[in-house]
Design a protein around this ligand. Structure first.
Ligand SMILES: *[C@@H]1O[C@H](CO)[C@@H](O)[C@H](O)[C@H]1NC(C)=O
Ligand SMILES: *[C@@H]1O[C@H](CO)[C@@H](O)[C@H](O)[C@H]1NC(C)=O
Length: 695
C-alpha cells in the first residue's frame, strides 16, 4: 500500500504535469497569436492548431478548475485581437469560447462583470460583421450581458443594436426607459439622444430629450441638456420653438437659474452661428435678433473682448438696416470701443460708419487713426506676440476676405498720398501687406482645393511687395527686435510649400540663417511643411533636428517640447509597412531613439511619451520578427525594454502583474482603446513570445 506521502507526491507531480501541459498549450496558442497576421495560408494552419489546443485546454480544465479564469481570459484576448483585425468569424469563435469556459466553473470563473464584457464585445462583433444576418444573435448577446451584470455600456449598446436593426419605437422606448431607471449619467443620456437623431429617429429623440430634461431637472448641469435641445431644434429648422427655449433660458438667467459657463459659451456659439448665417443671406433684422439674444447674457458695463466683437457685429447689422439705425450703430460701436478701444477691427467699424454717413471730412482722419493704431500694434503686438497668435486674431474675425480687401485698400490709399512716404506711412504699409498676406493664407485654409492656388499666389504677391517695403525701411535705420523678417519668412514658407514650389527649400535656408532663430519658429515651419496640401517630410525633419539641437543648448531644457520633436522625427521616419523597411531608415530611427534615451533620464519626461516610444520600438521588433530578421527583432525589442525602467506608475502595475503571473489580466483594464493598452500588449508578447524569438 503506498504511503500517504507517496500519494501526495503523486498528486503534486500529476498537477505539475498538467500545469506544464497547460503552459505548453498556452505557448502554442501564443505562437498562433503572434503569427496570425502573417499570411493567409499560415494563418489557416495555425488557427486549426489553435482550435485543437483550445479543446485540450478545455479538457484539462476539468482537472485544473483553478485555471478557468486564465484560459477564459486568453480566449478573450484572442477575441480582441481578431476583432481588431476585423476577422469577425474568428473573433466570435474565441469570444464564445471565452464565455463558455467562464461558465464551466462558477467558483473559478472570471466573474459576472467580465462575463458581461465578453458578451458585449461578442454583440459588437455580430453587429459589425453583418448586422442583417446576426441581429438576433447580437441582441441575445447584449441582453444576456445585461442579465449577467447591468452596465451603462450594455444599456447603450442595446439601443445601438436596436436602432441598427430598425426595431419599432416601442422596443427602443423600453430600452430608453431602462436606461433612465438605471441612473445613468446625464452625459450618457445626451449621447443617446444624439444617437437617436443621427439614426433619423427624430420624434423619439425629441420625446426622450424631454424625459431627460425632466429627469435631471435639479441637476446643476441641466443647462447642457437645454442647450443641446436648442441645437437640435435649430439644426432641424424648428427656429420658432428654438427661440422659445432660448427666451426661457434668458428668463431663467435673470431668475437665478444660470447656465454653467461651458453650456453658456456653447449657446453663444449657436447664437452667433445663426446670426452670421442670416447676415450672409442679407436678412439683417433677423441676424440682429440672434445677436440681441447673445447680448442678453452680458452684464451692463462688462469688459470682454467677445462683447466688443458682438457689438461690432451688431453695428454692422444696424449699418445695413440704413438710416434709422445709424444711431444704434454708433451706440453699439461705442460699447465696442469701451471694451476694446485699440482694436483695429473696432477702428475699422468706426471708419465704415463715417464713410456710410458720408462724413467725408472725418473719414480720412479715421483712416489716419487706423494707421496710427496699426503702427502701434506693429510696435507692441508684433514684438511680443508670435505669428500664430496674430493669425488666430485674424481667424476670430469672421470674414478674412473682407479683412484682406480692407488691408489691400488701405495700402493702396497710402500709395495715393502726394507727399513722399515717411517712416510712419511705410510702417503702416508694411502692416497692411503683412495682414493682407496673413488673410490670404487664412482664406486658403478655408477654401476648397481648387481655389487655393489663387489665394496662395495672391499671398505671395503681398509678401513680395512687403519684402520691398521692409527693405526700404531697414535702409533707413535699424529695427532691433522687429520680427518682420521671421513673419515674412513664415508666410512665404507656408505659401510656397502649399504651392508645391521647390523654392521652399531656400526659404528654410533663410530661416536657418536668421540671427537667434527661435525653436518655436522652427517647430511652426515643421508643422507647415506637412500641413495639407503641403508634403515636405525631409524639410520637416530638418527643421525639427535644428529645433531639437537648439532645445538641448538651452540652460533649462524643455523636456516636453524636446520629446515632441523626437516623437515627430520618429513618426516621420518609421517604416509604414513591410515594403518600406530599409536598413538606412532603421538606422536613422535608431539614432532618434538614442536621442530620446539621452534626454529621458530626468524625472519629468512625459510618461505617455515613454510608453509611445516603447510601443513603437516594440512593434518595429515584431515587424522585423515577422520578416524573419531575428537579430534585428531582438535588438529592437531590447531597445523597447530599456524604456521600461523609465515608466513611473505604469511600471509598478506591470511589475505586480508579473509577480502575480497574470500578464493577461491587464487587457481588462479598458474596454475601448485605452492609451496604455499598446504597451501591455507589447509586454505580454514579451513575456510569452520571447521564447519564440529565441527558438
Ligand atoms: C428673415 O428671416 C425670417 C426668419 O427666417 C423670415 O421670417 C423673414 O421673412 C426673413 N426676411 C427677409 C427680408 O428675408
Ligand atoms: C435688438 O436690440 C436693440 C436694443 O438693444 C433694439 O433696438 C432692436 O430693435 C433689437 N432688434 C431685434 C431685431 O430684436
Amino acid at each position: 500500500m503506498p504511503c500517504i506521502c507517496c500519494l501526495y507526491i503523486l498528486h503534486v507531480v500529476s498537477y505539475l504535469y498538467f500545469m506544464l501541459q497547460l503552459e505548453e498549450c498556452a505557448v502554442h496558442l501564443w505562437n498562433w497569436a503572434v503569427t496570425k497576421n502573417v499570411g493567409n495560408n499560415i494563418n489557416k494552419n495555425q488557427k486549426a492548431k489553435a482550435v485543437v489546443y483550445m479543446q485540450r485546454c478545455r479538457e484539462m480544465l476539468l482537472r485544473l478548475p483553478k485555471e478557468t479564469a486564465y484560459v477564459s481570459l486568453m480566449c478573450y484576448n484572442f477575441g480582441v485581437d481578431t476583432y481588431q483585425l476585423k476577422k469577425f468569424e474568428d473573433s466570435s469563435f474565441w469570444l464564445s469560447q471565452s464565455y463558455d469556459i467562464g461558465k464551466m466553473n462558477e467558483k473559478y470563473s472570471p466573474g459576472s462583470e467580465i462575463q458581461a464584457k465578453i458578451l458585449r464585445l461578442l454583440a459588437t462583433v455580430y453587429l459589425e460583421w453583418d448586422w442583417q444576418r446576426f441581429q438576433e444573435k447580437a441582441l441575445n448577446a447584449v441582453s444576456l450581458a445585461n442579465e449577467e451584470s447591468i452596465s451603462v455600456s450594455g444599456l447603450y449598446l442595446k439601443i445601438r443594436i436596436l436602432l441598427r436593426c430598425g426595431a419599432p419605437d416601442d422596443h427602443i422606448r423600453a430600452g430608453l426607459n431602462e436606461m433612465l431607471q438605471s441612473d445613468v449619467s446625464l452625459e450618457v443620456c445626451l449621447s443617446t439622444v444624439k444617437l437617436l437623431m443621427s439614426e433619423d429617429r427624430e420624434v423619439l429623440g425629441f420625446e426622450y430629450m424631454k424625459c431627460v430634461c425632466l429627469h435631471f431637472e435639479s441637476s446643476p448641469d441641466l443647462g447642457s441638456a437645454l442647450v443641446l435641445h436648442i441645437e437640435l431644434l435649430l439644426h432641424r429648422g424648428k427656429e420658432l420653438l428654438g427661440k422659445q427655449k432660448i427666451e426661457d433660458i434668458i428668463t431663467g438667467h435673470y431668475t437665478g437659474k444660470q447656465l454653467t459657463p461651458q453650456a453658456l459659451s456653447r449657446l453663444h456659439v449657436l447664437l452667433w452661428d445663426k446670426a452670421s448665417r442670416h447676415f450672409e443671406t442679407k436678412n439683417y433684422s433677423e441676424s440682429l435678433q440672434w445677436y440681441n439674444y447673445s447680448l442678453s447674457f452680458f452684464k451692463a458695463g462688462q469688459i470682454d473682448p467677445n462683447l466688443a466683437k458682438l457689438q461690432r457685429n451688431r453695428a454692422s447689422c444696424f449699418l445695413q438696416l440704413k438710416q434709422e439705425s445709424y444711431c444704434s450703430a454708433k451706440e453699439a460701436v461705442k460699447e465696442a470701443e469701451r471694451c476694446d478701444p485699440d482694436s483695429i477691427f473696432t477702428q475699422f467699424t468706426v471708419y465704415k460708419i463715417a464713410v456710410q454717413e458720408n462724413n467725408v471730412e472725418r473719414a480720412p482722419k479715421i483712416l489716419q487713426h487706423y494707421f496710427w493704431s496699426a503702427c502701434c500694434m506693429d510696435k507692441c503686438v508684433f514684438v511680443c506676440v508670435p505669428a500664430t497668435a496674430w493669425n488666430s486674431a485674424l481667424q476670430c474675425e469672421s470674414s478674412p476676405d473682407r479683412m484682406r480687401d480692407f488691408f489691400v485698400l488701405s495700402y493702396q490709399a497710402s500709395l495715393a498720398q502726394l507727399c513722399p512716404p515717411d517712416r510712419t506711412i511705410l510702417m503702416g504699409q508694411k502692416t497692411c501687406l503683412l495682414m493682407a498676406a496673413a488673410a490670404s493664407l487664412e482664406l486658403c485654409r478655408r477654401s476648397p482645393p481648387l481655389t487655393q492656388t489663387e489665394e496662395l499666389t495672391q499671398a505671395l504677391e503681398h509678401i513680395q511687395i512687403c519684402w520691398e517695403v521692409w527693405k526700404t525701411l531697414k535702409a533707413s535705420g535699424s529695427f532691433p527686435l522687429d520680427p518682420t523678417d521671421t513673419l515674412l519668412l513664415l508666410y512665404e514658407f507656408e505659401a510656397r510649400a502649399k504651392l508645391n514650389d521647390p523654392k521652399v527649400e531656400t526659404v528654410l535656408e533663410s530661416v536657418l540663417e536668421l540671427e537667434n532663430v527661435e525653436t518655436k519658429v522652427l517647430e511652426t515651419i515643421a508643422a507647415l511643411a506637412m500641413e495639407s496640401p503641403a508634403h515636405f517630410p525631409l524639410l520637416c525633419k530638418k527643421a525639427l533636428r535644428v529645433a531639437l539641437s537648439l532645445h538641448k543648448k538651452q540652460p533649462q531644457t524643455d523636456l516636453s517640447r524636446c520629446s515632441k520633436c523626437v516623437h515627430s522625427l520618429i513618426k516621420l521616419s518609421l517604416p509604414n509597412g513591410v515594403s518600406e523597411v530599409e536598413a538606412h531608415v532603421l538606422e536613422e530611427v535608431w539614432d532618434y531613439y538614442e536621442e530620446a534615451l539621452s534626454i529621458i533620464t530626468p524625472d519629468d519626461f512625459p510618461e505617455m511619451e515613454t510608453l509611445w516610444l516603447l510601443t513603437r520600438a516594440w512593434n518595429t521588433g515584431i515587424l522585423m520578427y515577422s520578416l524573419a530578421q531575428y537579430p534585428e527583432a531582438e535588438r529592437w525589442c531590447g531597445l523597447a525594454m530599456s524604456f521600461i525602467r523609465h515608466l513611473g506608475s505604469l511600471r509598478e502595475s506591470y511589475e505586480t502583474q508579473v509577480q502575480r503571473n497574470e500578464p493577461f489580466l491587464s487587457r481588462w483594464a479598458g474596454e475601448g482603446e485605452g492609451s496604455n493598452r499598446g504597451v501591455f500588449v507589447a509586454l505580454e508578447y514579451y513575456s510569452k513570445a520571447r521564447t519564440l524569438v529565441l527558438s
